[in-house]
Design a protein around this ligand. Structure first.
Ligand SMILES: *[C@@H]1O[C@H](CO)[C@@H](O)[C@H](O)[C@H]1NC(C)=O
Ligand SMILES: *[C@@H]1O[C@H](CO)[C@@H](O)[C@H](O)[C@H]1NC(C)=O
Ligand SMILES: [Mg+2]
Length: 253
C-alpha cells in the first residue's frame, strides 16, 4: 500500500480483527509461544479506543481453554471477544431454530452446552480427530440421510494439518465423505466464509469499511476479509515467514 494514501483510510478505522495463530503466537511444542511484542501491541490497540476482536479457526477446544492458554503467554483477552467457528455456528443454529447432531471433538462439546440437541434437524461436523471412528461417522450419516432435507454444517474444510507427531487428516476429508454419501453440500462455517466475518462485524456494531483484519494467511484472513469489504493487512510473522511456498502452491491450484 502506498504510504501517502494510508492516512486517509486509517482515519476511518474504528475496529480491528486479529487472527491469533501466527499473529499473536506461534504454535509448536508445548502448545506454542507468544510472538515478541504482540501482547503489548494488543494492549495498545485496546487502549487506543479501537474495538478489537479475535478470530481463530481452533475447533478442538472450547474458547475458555484456548483463552487460558493465551493468558499464560501474557495476553489479556476476554473470552467473549474471541470468535471461533463453534460460537459462530451456534449463532446460526439459534437464528434458524436448528438442533444439531454433533460429530465433534469431545473437548469441544462443552461449547454446545446451551444448545438443544434433542431430535436433531441438522448435522454438525468439526475436527473430531480421534473421535472420527467408523461408528461416530456412521451415526452422523444415519441422522443426516434420515432428515427430510439433509442439512450439514462443517467447522472448517481443511484437508490435513501438521502436528508434532506428523500429518493429520482434517475435517474437510470427513465432510466430503458425508457430502458424498448423502449427495448434499455442507455449509462451511469459519474463515474465510463471509457469514463468519459478518458475525464478528455485527458483534462489533461496525460496518466492514470501518474494520481492518490483521492476519498471516493470505487466503483465509486477508482474502476472506477483503471479500467482505474490510481492509486486510498481512503480518510478516507466522505462515508468512514459514510457508510462503505452500501458499503459492495453493494459489496456483
Ligand atoms: C473420543 O475419543 C476419546 C479418546 O480416544 C475417547 O475416550 C472418547 O470415548 C471418544 N468419544 C466418543 C464420543 O467417541
Ligand atoms: C486453520 O486455518 C489455517 C489458515 O488460517 C489453516 O492453514 C489451518 O489448516 C487451519 N487449521 C485447522 C485445524 O483447520
Ligand atoms: Mg493465522
Amino acid at each position: 500500500m502506498a504510504a501517502g494514501s494510508s492516512m486517509q483510510w486509517l482515519r476511518s478505522v474504528k475496529g480491528v480483527i486479529l487472527d491469533m495463530c501466527g499473529v499473536l503466537y506461534d504454535s509448536g511444542e508445548g502448545g506454542g509461544q507468544a510472538i515478541h511484542g504482540s501482547a503489548e501491541a494488543v494492549r495498545r490497540l485496546i487502549g487506543s479506543g479501537l474495538t478489537v476482536r479475535f478470530c481463530t479457526n481452533e475447533t478442538q477446544n472450547t474458547r475458555e481453554r484456548f483463552v487460558q492458554k493465551l493468558c499464560v503467554m501474557g495476553f489479556d483477552i476476554s473470552v467473549s471477544h474471541v470468535f471461533s467457528p463453534a460460537p459462530a455456528l451456534i449463532h446460526i443454529l439459534r437464528e434458524r431454530h436448528l438442533r444439531p447432531h454433533l460429530l465433534v471433538h469431545d473437548d469441544l462439546i462443552p461449547e454446545f452446552d446451551s444448545v438443544d440437541v434433542s431430535s436433531p434437524n441438522c448435522v454438525v461436523i468439526g475436527d473430531a480427530a480421534d473421535n472420527f471412528s467408523y461408528q461416530n461417522l456412521n451415526e452422523a450419516f444415519r441422522v443426516l440421510i434420515g432428515l427430510e432435507k439433509p442439512l450439514l454444517f462443517s467447522l472448517g474444510q481443511g484437508r490435513y494439518y501438521k502436528e508434532t507427531d506428523g500429518l493429520k487428516l482434517d475435517v474437510g476429508v470427513f465432510m466430503k465423505a458425508l457430502e458424498y454419501a448423502c449427495d448434499v453440500q455442507a455449509q462451511v462455517v469459519g474463515k474465510p466464509s463471509a457469514e463468519f466475518f459478518q458475525t464478528v462485524l455485527s458483534d462489533m456494531k461496525l460496518q466492514p469499511h470501518e474494520v481492518v483484519m490483521i492476519g498471516d494467511d493470505l487466503l483465509n484472513d486477508i482474502g476472506g476479509a477483503q471479500r467482505c469489504g474490510m481492509k486486510g493487512l498481512q503480518v510478516r510473522t507466522g505462515k508468512y515467514s514459514q510457508s510462503r511456498n505452500v501458499e503459492q502452491l495453493i494459489l496456483r491450484k
